[in-house]
Design a protein around this ligand. Structure first.
Ligand code: OGA
Ligand code: MN
Length: 292
């Protein structure tokens, strides 16, 4: 019996992985994130993360400290470029919320860039590996988070397009991304902290080796093409990648923890009534590799 128990603990078979029919996104059960995860539990969660790209943990009433600790299992944490979103005493936890200090809605969705398809921090040299959200307040109508599987979308590209993009690089630009999404313009300090960078459009996932389409709202134009030509190509690739068959729609419940692989997905929030509905997410981001 002792041996059987040890084996169970080592392989963490009590951790359940329920994937969606097409394999994109999975719900993880059998863990209590507020108590932290063992090495074997982490190994199983990490494999599920690579296999399914988006993970959902239901019924996890987490404090910020435990949320941050779980994020840190995946790597080095990263603060948000917009410093006003950072928790004062825990700057690696960020809050996107439309609830004011008076407890009423502000009427404004924070960070409008989240309403359009993007992959987190692609405007930096080492963009986010994963983003992990939890949801103290959810909208009753709208406010779902949508994900597109950019590895499956890459596989479905015509061979001619794969060849065409194989050596192309896109410029990713925080300041321009803010203008496109209608946010307040980037400050001088933010622009200095995040100057434009370029990344391959066909990105190789560093852990799975799969090719992905690495575009989204932070991508601005294509190196070696006129701006309009590059914009057209990036828009075509985004439209392709965000077709219905590549999408997982996350319908929030209070105390969900939702994490995704930014290296092989795009995401956005569906609009909701920011004057009527309270919506708040706490967020922890793990830094990733330089895209290749
Ligand atoms: C993010 C983001 C989506 C959401 O935190 O990076 O895009 O559902 N948020 O709030
Ligand atoms: Mn995002």
């Amino acid at each position: 019996m002792a041996n059987a128990a040890a084996t169970l603990a080592e392989t963490a078979e009590h951790v359940t992985v329920s994937a969606h029919a097409n394999g994109f996104a999975a719900e993880i059960g059998g863990v209590n994130l507020s108590q932290g995860v063992s090495d074997s539990e982490f190994a199983r969660i990490h494999q599920a993360f690579l296999d399914h790209k988006v993970l959902v943990f239901r019924d996890q009433p987490l404090e910020d400290a435990a949320h941050q600790a779980f994020g840190a299992r995946f790597g080095t944490l990263d603060g948000h470029i917009n410093k006003s979103t950072r928790q004062k005493n825990m700057p690696n936890v960020q809050i996107f919320s439309n609830v004011g200090s008076d407890g009423k809605t502000t009427g404004v969705h924070p960070e409008k860039g989240t309403l359009v398809w993007h992959t987190d921090k692609s405007y930096t040299a080492t963009p986010s590996l994963t983003t992990m959200l939890r949801s103290p307040a959810i909208a009753k109508e709208g406010g779902d988070t949508l994900f597109a599987d950019t590895a499956r979308a890459y596989d479905a590209l015509p061979e001619a397009t794969k060849t065409r993009i194989s050596s192309l690089r896109a410029v990713h630009d925080w300041a321009r991304s803010r203008i496109k999404s209608g946010e307040r313009p980037a400050t001088e300090e933010e622009m200095a902290a995040a100057p434009p960078v370029d990344h391959p459009i066909a990105r190789t996932h560093p852990e799975t080796g799969r090719q992905t389409i690495y575009v989204g709202n932070h991508s601005s134009h294509v190196v070696g093409m006129t701006v309009p030509e590059g914009e057209t190509l990036l828009a075509e690739l985004e439209v392709h990648a965000t077709q219905q068959q590549f999408i997982y729609r996350h319908k929030w419940r209070v105390n969900d923890v939702l994490m995704w692989d930014n290296r092989c997905t795009l995401h956005c929030v569906e609009p909701y009534d920011a004057a009527k509905e309270k919506r708040a997410v706490h967020r922890v981001v793990v830094k990733g590799d330089k895209p290749v």
